[in-house]
Design a protein around this ligand. Structure first.
Ligand code: HEM
Length: 417
């Protein structure tokens, strides 16, 4: 949590409040999704009827005219792997407004060219290096701050600051800048909630990254910014205006999702103590616990596509330009693919989930996300003996209709290491 004793915007800023609001206070959207999927896995949503309108939208955020939801696993996969009939260009209207032209909104062949430039930086070989030099120390420092207390709230004290710190270090940002970086990142991510504030944050972040890029141009460094400066598309170097969007995309793509997925993993285990004990006793279970947590409570419920032409999907006509909301959450709980889908069960037969998307845009940071979750869980188990939910915790739960995670996660533990 940011707390500074000065008059800077960081001093009075509470990012957790904004993030809790952004999630939307919906406890369990899954029965509703199951009903929709059973009824019609591709559904035309009548806009303006108030359905699902519990999430307040900023009035300036763009409106969509024609909306379809996709809720079965098979059809979700079909849409995400078919970039001829389904385009990602619609993100230009939302995230693109504050981030510029990112790979998220590009279609082939432009998409492959740009993605290939940054993909190198996220290969597992590079990540192994970050594990000891960046990710481990970030978790260690955060746990140090509460390890003697016997109690903590794992969200503000661990899972929330953790991935932004990792990204700040990957980008080589000076530590003194982190509070400002955290505030701006949070404001940018909340774009659909507070349009003006996100646009202002985007402007300020551009100025900030401008200085970092200029510095890297003067003093070459082998970090992510250094690699983007050296990278070439079609035989030419990227301009600053092409580098900014990628740096801005890393915040929502890498920080928001990983904070929520780590929180969901810890919540799943803490609320199923027998499974927590099993993982504590046998760390070989960590990877399957991570995959089950990602399936059970995906941090990002929906991704968006638009129809490139008039088309039919599962017998439903979608007009050219129709907005298609692919529900990763519903797909991950499709009973045709996962028996007893609502249960958190790390011992279930391993069947891949769709939380990282699919097709050409499948998450570029998924190896990093898994690594971050693994390092975090192992550190928590190593350093907080007797870890359990605080019996006095009031109603611990996961909520959210756009993003999902627990608003707080109070724990107790016996001592510290
Ligand atoms: C558990 C954590 C994460 C989840 C659940 C997640 C989920 C996703 C999903 C669903 C997409 C596809 C969006 C679409 O098809 O419209 C995506 C794309 C992307 N993710 Fe992640 N993500 C996570 C962590 C990360 C991290 C740690 C990074 C990097 C620091 C990252 C970087 C990206 C980028 C750059 C894209 C765009 C890829 C493209 O358009 O080709 N993500 N992510």
């Amino acid at each position: 949590m940011v707390s500074q004793q000065d008059g800077s915007p960081e001093a009075s800023y509470d990012p957790m409040a904004q993030f809790a609001e952004l999630a939307g206070d919906v406890r369990d959207p899954y029965p509703m999704m199951a009903g929709i999927r059973a009824d019609s896995p591709v559904m035309h949503v009548q806009l303006g009827t108030g359905s699902g309108a519990r999430y307040r939208h900023d009035k300036k955020a763009p409106r969509i005219s024609s909306l379809f939801t996709v809720t079965s696993h098979e059809l979700a996969q079909q849409v995400l792997t078919d970039n001829v009939r389904f385009s990602s260009a619609g993100y230009a209207m939302t995230m693109g407004q504050v981030m510029g032209r990112t790979i998220l909104q590009m279609d082939p062949p432009e998409h492959q060219r740009h993605r290939a430039l940054v993909a190198k930086a996220f290969r597992t070989r590079v990540l192994d290096r970050w594990s000891d030099t960046i990710i481990g120390p970030c978790v260690g420092e955060l746990i140090d701050a509460f390890a003697r207390d016997g109690r903590a709230d794992l969200i503000p004290q661990l899972t929330f600051p953790f991935p932004v710190r990792v990204i700040a270090r990957i980008l080589g940002l000076p530590e003194a800048d982190w509070p400002r970086f955290l505030r701006l990142s949070t404001e940018l991510i909340a774009v659909m909630r507070n349009w003006d504030r996100a646009v202002a944050a985007s402007r300020e972040l551009r100025g900030y990254f401008g200085e970092i890029i200029a510095d890297r141009r003067r003093h070459t460094r082998d970090d992510l910014v250094g690699q983007l400066i050296e990278a070439e598309v079609d035989g030419r170097r990227l301009s600053d205006d092409e580098i900014y969007p990628f740096l801005l995309l890393l915040l929502p793509a890498g920080a928001e999702t990983t904070y929520r997925s780590s929180s969901n993993l810890l919540f799943g285990l803490l609320s199923h103590p027998d499974q927590l004990d099993a993982v504590r006793a046998d760390r070989n279970l960590v990877p399957q616990a991570i995959e089950e947590a990602l399936r059970w409570e995906t941090p990002l419920l929906t991704v968006a596509r638009s129809a490139t032409k008039d088309l039919e999907l599962n017998g439903v006509s979608i007009p050219a330009g129709g907005f298609v909301a692919v529900s990763l959450g519903a797909a991950n709980r499709d009973p045709g693919r996962y028996p007893d889908p609502d249960a958190f069960d790390i011992f279930r037969d391993p069947v891949p989930h769709i939380s990282f998307g699919d097709g050409a845009h499948k998450c570029l940071g998924m190896h990093l996300a898994r690594l971050e979750m693994r390092v975090l869980l192992n550190a928590v188990l190593d350093r907080l003996p007797g870890l359990r939910l605080d019996p006095a915790a009031e109603d611990p739960h996961i909520h959210g209709l756009i993003f999902r995670s627990p608003p707080s996660l109070p724990i107790r533990f016996d001592g510290s290491r």
